[in-house]
Design a protein. Structure first.
Lengths: 216, 223
């Protein structure tokens, strides 16, 4: 413990960098994946190829993807930007897939009633489909966040900082304590994010339905 | 009315433009529906489906007030309307308005579905097998009440059913459909006494309880 306490400044700094990497990439993945997932529900013919492509990209080993990105202009290079691009790629699929599946899982009778009563496309999406799909969408965000927290440790390999820095250094000098100094906070972050987003997801359907809230 | 797959639901969905006609036209109160904005058209036509299709994340009152909300009614007017309609369908406002659809029985959900369809004061209401998913007891109860609602609200109702008894019990005029075509339109007595063709004769004969047959014991209900 003493060892960790002496290095608290460094550990905190790395944790901060780690959080920035994860937060930025997950936020962008939501900003892209949510609308794209919705759009795919309106264009079912494109859903299969797009989801398939996203699934294939997901299978590229993360270290290899970081490597592929380095020589690219704009997106690539050494540093946090490249790492964020790679993390977005990995966070995108769960969000995209869950948004798409969540909206399609809404009871067709409810969608039919909403349309038949005269809701516009956007009203139906905003008031009916998205709220009902939200637990599934949030589950996707949760998976994406946990994946990003884990993968962000590898981002240190291309100089993006984060808790991976401690782990790589620990490996290099064969010091398990240093490896733990990176790995333990990363694990705690992952568990905390998982718990928080899981709690949000559980709270969503029951709580909202009981209140029976409608848009003002 | 007609057997499964004869095009009843398709015909109904053409009216509020959930489907578009490939040929021909649909007129509602003299106006071709294709010349109207589908969203506005649907807000002026009530719609009830078999499964109810209530929004499960909204309370009963919010479900009923959706069309008034879309039409921009004031909260007071919406509230008054949902109180009135819940009273009509025998669900006291104080007890049911705040409930979630999950806390209702199948029959209660369909009552709310009917109230929701009427909320915007439409001049025409479409009902697609509104009582089809209910158990026989709940179905009979709603069928009995339906006649009362119909006379009270004074609206045209276009109801689809595969159940001949239901059709004759609820409707003033019945159209018998088969394979996408209307075989006969008329009141109960016309269809039973003077079937237009063999299909109508067999369909009506095979579908009725003995007590409902034209030659059966008296007391034919006015259809």
């Amino acid at each position: 413990m003493n060892y960790f306490w002496e290095r608290r400044g460094e550990i905190l700094a790395c944790t901060g960098q780690h959080l920035v990497l994860v937060a930025v990439s997950t936020a962008v993945a939501v900003a892209v994946g949510l609308p794209l997932g919705i759009w795919l529900t309106r264009h079912p013919r494109l859903a299969r190829p797009v989801l398939g492509l996203a699934g294939v990209v997901q299978t590229i080993p993360s270290l290899a993807l970081f490597g592929f990105l380095i020589p690219l202009p704009l997106l690539g290079g050494i540093g946090a930007r490249t790492a964020i691009v790679a993390l977005i790629v990995y966070a995108l699929l769960p969000i995209l897939r869950n948004t798409h599946a969540g909206i399609l899982s809404v009871d067709p009778a409810v969608v039919e009633a909403a349309t038949g009563l005269g809701l516009t496309d956007f009203q139906r999406l905003r008031w009916v489909e998205l709220p009902l799909a939200m637990p599934v969408v949030l589950a996707g965000v949760r998976i994406a966040t946990v994946i990003a927290i884990g993968l962000a440790t590898i981002a240190a390999a291309i100089g993006a900082g984060g808790l991976g820095v401690l782990i790589y250094r620990g490996i290099a000098i064969v010091d398990n304590r240093l490896i733990f100094a990176g790995a333990v906070p990363a694990a705690i972050l992952a568990l905390a994010a998982d718990g928080l987003l899981g709690w949000l997801g559980r709270r969503w359907p029951g709580g909202r339905a009981a209140e029976g809230r409608a848009p003002a | 009315m007609g057997p499964s797959g004869c095009g009843k639901t398709t015909a109904l969905r053409l009216v509020n433009r959930l489907l578009e006609a490939d040929a021909g036209s649909v007129r509602v109160f003299g106006r071709d529906v294709r010349e109207e904005d589908p969203v506005g058209l649907r807000r002026r036509i009530g719609y009830v489906i078999q499964e109810g299709g209530l929004f499960p994340h909204w309370s009963v009152a919010n479900n009923i007030e959706i069309v008034p909300r879309l039409l921009g009614w004031t909260p007071q007017r919406r509230r008054a309307r949902s109180e009135e309609l819940l009273a009509m369908v025998n669900l006291p406002y104080g007890e049911f308005a705040g409930r979630s659809p999950r806390e209702l029985s199948g029959g209660q959900r369909q009552r709310v579905g009917v109230a929701r369809a009427l909320a915007g004061d439409p001049s025409l209401v479409l009902m697609d097998e509104p009582f089809g998913a209910l158990d026989p007891i709940a179905r009979r109860a709603l069928q009995r009440e339906f006649s009362g609602w119909k006379s009270r609200i004074g609206k045209a109702v276009l109801l689809v059913t595969h159940d001949l008894e239901e059709a004759f019990r609820l409707a003033d005029r019945v159209a018998v459909m088969q394979a996408g075509r209307i075989r006969q339109v008329g009141a109960r007595s016309e269809i039973l006494d003077r079937p237009a063709d063999d299909f109508v004769r067999e369909f009506t004969a095979g579908n009725l309880d003995p007590g409902e047959r034209p030659s059966g014991r008296g007391n034919p209900r006015p259809a």
